[in-house]
Design a binder for this molecule. Sequence first.
Ligand code: SF4
Length: 210
Amino acid sequence: MDQHSKTARRQLAGVCVKNLKNNGFAADYFETVPEALAFVQNLIPAGASVGFGGSETLKQTGILDWLYENKDYTVYDRYHTDDVKKVFHQCLMADYYLMSTNALTADGHLYNVDNTGNRVAALAYGPEHVVIIAGTNKIVRNDEAAVNRNEDVAAPANNIRLNMPNPCTEYGRCMHCSRDTTLCNQLVITRRSKPVERIHVILINEELGY
Ligand code: SF4
């Protein structure tokens, strides 16, 4: 991202953070991944249980590697288990749940599309704290643009990554399929955080995830 794009994204992130706070979310902005990572590491107290949703952003930021190496936490690890369903249920009872978001809007909403629904379930209810980590590339104008972003950008890339036999992998955009193999079963807008500040959004001025 060049300096002018970074500046524009910084301005937009400022609007987004302000409106997220108006909607009951906690929200913080960081210029770089290392700054954001240090903040998250301080946020989660020793002894906490931590679960996380499937996310390229969590992998790219190194937060999963940090969790794996840290012995201070009980980590519910979906990637290293022979019982994923059990881990998904443990995550719903976790002290902290980490995830990214498919999009967030300048007016302060989150938008997420899920396959099994484990991630949006944890977002809506269960874990005491939910921490959303997202690049400023995920910010869009409004709910309609969030749907469009998912259909035009995030979902096709995710289907291609997972080698899914769905039409978006051929056409590079959502074709609104209703196949059994679709990854798009739950479409969830989170308008507000309830309880207030249960959901904490960490915005980073970098290109992260899809
Ligand atoms: S609904 Fe079907 S075509 Fe659209 S993004 Fe999801 S899997 Fe792809």
